[in-house]
Design a protein around this ligand. Structure first.
Ligand SMILES: [Zn+2]
Ligand SMILES: [Zn+2]
Length: 275
């Protein structure tokens, strides 16, 4: 199976990129050269219609996000270029994007585990594998309760759990099979996609913990979830991690039928209704 989509990409607009080489044109060039037919530009986004942005998120607002449309070139070399975002989720109904902005996005990545943002996404008191797993399950359950356009949403890097990578296998082992199965079944029913974050596959985080990743992603497959591939690249050299997605394909035994087909998604618009 050939990986022909990258649904999670940061451009130089993301505060954690700001890499002059990470232009939409450079991403298109790479995609065209590697047989990737669809890319989605998903810079971090905090909608000012939603109160509570952190200092880091606040400048990454609507006007900032809108700049991406001015950076797109007409010649995409046959690559479909979608425009979306990676928003933030703080639990409960606290999602960093209002419904009208969500409607204007082609595709949205929702992370439930940006736990490196201490006392914002994750209380600093959460430390042990049991505590991390408990918070993770609450967030996973809560986010699926939200009335969102799930047909164009992926849950990003679910098997990463940022800032707790040193105890990642313990956290993943602590997640009860039955509860995880219930959540994945709900994802499948809603149409929420599970992201295969290929930057994980390219790191020792993958090969040191293959049994955990295989169990986690395998359960999602068993429950009928569809998967997206996302390099989560912030710099040009990160793009190549997309190719490491093959490790997940092989480990889990994924087929074309397990992969989300993005061809039905809308094309990037420069008349996006967010303003
Ligand atoms: Zn993320
Ligand atoms: Zn990201």
């Amino acid at each position: 199976m050939k990986i022909t989509q990258d649904m999670h990409l940061h451009t130089l607009l993301s505060a954690c990129s700001q890499d002059p080489g990470q232009t939409p044109a450079a991403l298109v060039d790479w995609a065209a050269a590697h047989g990737v037919r669809t890319i989605c530009l998903t810079d971090h986004f905090w909608d000012e219609k939603v109160p509570g942005a952190s200092d880091w998120y606040a400048p990454q607002n609507r006007a900032h996000h809108h700049r991406i449309y001015g950076m797109l070139s007409q010649d995409t070399q046959g690559v479909t270029v979608l425009v979306g975002c990676e928003c933030e989720y703080l639990g409960g109904d606290k999602l960093s994007i209002a419904p009208d902005a969500m409607a204007a996005m082609d595709f949205i990545n929702i992370p439930i585990d940006h736990f490196h943002m201490k006392d914002f996404v994750c209380p600093a008191s959460v430390r042990t594998a049991e505590e991390v797993a408990a918070l993770y399950l609450v967030r996973f359950r809560e986010v699926l309760e939200l009335p969102l356009p799930w047909e164009k949403i992926a849950l990003a890097h679910l098997n990463d759990i940022l800032s707790f990578q040193e105890i990642l296998p313990q956290v993943l082992d602590t997640l009860p099979e039955a509860e995880l199965g219930t959540l994945f079944t709900r994802c499948a029913r809603l149409g929420a996609k599970v992201e295969i974050n290929t930057s994980i596959c390219a790191r020792d985080l993958w090969y040191r913990h293959i049994p955990q990743h295989r169990r986690f992603l395998g359960l999602a497959k068993e429950c009928g979830c569809q998967f997206t591939f996302g390099s989560d690249s912030h710099h040009p050299q990160g793009l190549t991690t997309l190719l490491f997605g093959q490790l997940a394909v092989d480990a889990v035994g994924l087929t074309e039928a397990d992969i989300f087909d993005p061809s039905g998604l809308g094309r990037a618009r420069d008349d996006a209704t967010i303003s």
